[in-house]
Design a protein around this ligand. Sequence first.
Ligand code: ZN
Length: 265
Amino acid sequence: MHDKVQEAMSRLEQGLEQLLSEDAWKRYLRCQARFHTYSFQNTLLISLQRPEATRIAGFQTWKTMGRHVRKGEQGIMILAPLLAKTSETTPERSLVGFRTVYVFDVSQTEGKPLPEVSVPRLEGDAAIWPRLRDACPYPITETPDLHGANGCFHGVQQSISLLQSLEEQHKAKTLIHEWAHGLLHAAPDSERVEASEIQELEAESVAFVVSDALGLDTSSYSFGYIAHWAGKDTNEHLKRSGGRIQKAAHRILQSLQPMSSSQAS
Ligand SMILES: [Zn+2]
């Protein structure tokens, strides 16, 4: 099994490198990098004022992307930190308050279309689905609606939700993804908190590696998913997380081994 994990890791590295060299992905990631990641507080403010918002940017940022805010559109108010020098002795600026700024959702703008890439869902049966489901240490619930997601790991309950309508191939891959979140990011004793883009890169990499070792190729979905989250620095992030990805992949593959007589009850 160890060799298979190693092989899958290098296939993942090479596949991502190739994907990131494609023009469509280069354009997509360049565009994505211009969108700011908003704080929790601002995300909340945005969703209160415009629940259907998808892509948010300021007036000038939209202009740099060849789009403009339509006349009469009302801005979404968010808070920007106000920094000022508070001491004569140090050059550092510290937070003295907030000011309100206005941003706009893509639906309030018009102009050049934003670059898009497609990440299709996996289709078909997967022989490994029942095996994974039975070996998973976390309780699994299948639900008809997960607010647009395919799966979710609940940290407090230590359980997994999966979208009922997924085909078995995609369900199998998603289960490994959520299982990996459980091992790497939601263990009750884990201290390190990774940024969400790193968490997604790690979970989907584990999903690719474990699926690959079990004979299921998820590259058509996994590579795009990882690149979407980790952006243009995907390969550096992947190198840094490599050890953690392999460790989690080994743990999941080990749980799938047939029980030895000493473990059987
Ligand atoms: Zn995830």
